[in-house]
Design a protein around this ligand. Structure first.
Ligand SMILES: [Zn+2]
Length: 136
């Protein structure tokens, strides 16, 4: 049986909520020491640390929360996702609605209209052509 360092015991407290295998892997990865799963369980009970697997929200990392099956996130993060999505849609709608009254698209159309009117009146003057009203 290998000895335990304080740092390794801290890993039990830190990662314990992910279960005994996660503690095993974390200690092996960080300290290159392999404790058996049984040794980890004994050590955990000795220092009164829990190895009970608890859920963790992958987004906010809250532990022991209920995970929404559809989103895979906790309730708050799920709602936050809805809010972000709705906000993005609102941005699109606001931009579209604003575009009906003013905006670069309308400025461009007005410029084009003015250019065409000028061009047409020049053509009418030059070639003595009938204007729009005279044609009705
Ligand atoms: Zn969350």
């Amino acid at each position: 049986m290998s000895t335990w360092t304080t740092a390794q015991i801290d890993v039990i407290r830190e990662v314990g909520y992910k279960g005994v295998q996660a503690v095993h892997d974390a200690i092996l990865e960080r300290y290159g020491v392999e404790h058996s799963l049984h040794a980890i369980e004994s050590q955990a009970s000795r220092v009164s640390a829990s190895l009970k697997v608890r859920t963790e929200c992958p987004s906010c990392h809250a532990v022991g929360v209920r995970i929404n099956r559809q989103s895979g996130l906790c309730r708050r993060c799920t709602i936050q996702e809805h809010v972000d999505e709705e906000q993005a849609f609102n941005d699109v709608l606001e931009a579209e609605a604003a575009g009906c009254d003013d905006g670069p698209e309308i400025d461009e159309l007005e410029r084009k209209w003015a250019q065409l009117r000028q061009k047409n009146s020049r053509l009418m003057r030059k070639h003595n052509l009938k204007g729009k009203r005279e044609r009705l």
